[in-house]
Design a protein around this ligand. Structure first.
Ligand code: FMN
Length: 195
């Protein structure tokens, strides 16, 4: 089972390299803390992609105006979200353009942050439009509920029919700068591209 999984991952990465269609790698941070552990890890990941000539962009959700979904279902008629804010104007176009989407979140009460969840809910109208984009997940917490938070990210990606190519990065860190000490998490990020 593991062998098949690894083989698929290698084929996917090779396809991206071989076709030379590296495209945009979009890193989305759900952290409320500028320069915190989540941003640190996401920047590390994006640096690695940048070294390999990918275009990269980091979106820190805290810097954008993103309203809650209204559950109005107008997107079913209009084909797009009718809420006029940064989610529809600035972030959705990046999601549509991206080839690889990395979602990184601190763990809050065994889950992703409310910021990340608000972002997720607002992508309902993009169903089917993110299909086959590659997804990667990063979670950071002091030690509780990292798996459930990561599962939340993976479920989001599966609902969008994205391709998850890695088991995800779990980093144990609490205070700022502690993420730099988690060698396993850092190695996991590097593994994304060693194929
Ligand atoms: C409201 C709140 C809830 C938290 N809940 C958890 C938790 O359930 N599990 C955990 O391991 N860490 C928890 N933490 C710790 C953070 O995940 C940790 O400090 C993380 O490094 C924060 O990421 P940041 O540096 O990007 O802000 C919580 C922190 C806050 C502020």
């Amino acid at each position: 089972m593991h062998g098949i999984f690894d083989e698929k991952r290698v084929i996917l990465w090779r396809t991206i390299y071989d076709l030379n269609v590296k495209g945009l790698v979009l890193g989305i941070s759900g952290s409320f803390r500028e320069g915190g552990n989540t941003d640190y890890l996401l920047l590390k990941a994006l640096e690695i992609f940048k070294e390999r000539k990918f275009n990269v962009k980091l979106v820190a959700l805290r810097n954008y105006k993103i309203g809650y979904t209204k559950s109005c279902r107008r997107c079913l008629e209009e084909g797009k979200c009718i809420i006029d804010d940064d989610m529809t104007r600035r972030i959705a176009p990046l999601l549509l353009r991206a080839r690889i989407i990395i979602l990184a979140s601190p763990v809050y009460f065994d889950n992703v942050t409310a910021l990340m969840k608000t972002f997720m809910d607002r992508t309902w109208w993009l169903r089917g439009k993110l299909r086959y984009k590659i997804g990667e997940g990063i979670v950071v917490g002091r030690g509780y509920g990292l798996d459930t938070a990561l599962q939340e990210i993976h479920n989001f990606m599966l609902k969008h029919e994205m391709i998850i190519c890695h088991r995800g990065v779990r980093c144990r860190a609490f205070e700022k700068n502690e993420a730099a000490k988690d060698e396993t998490a850092l190695k996991d990020i590097e593994k994304w591209l060693i194929h």
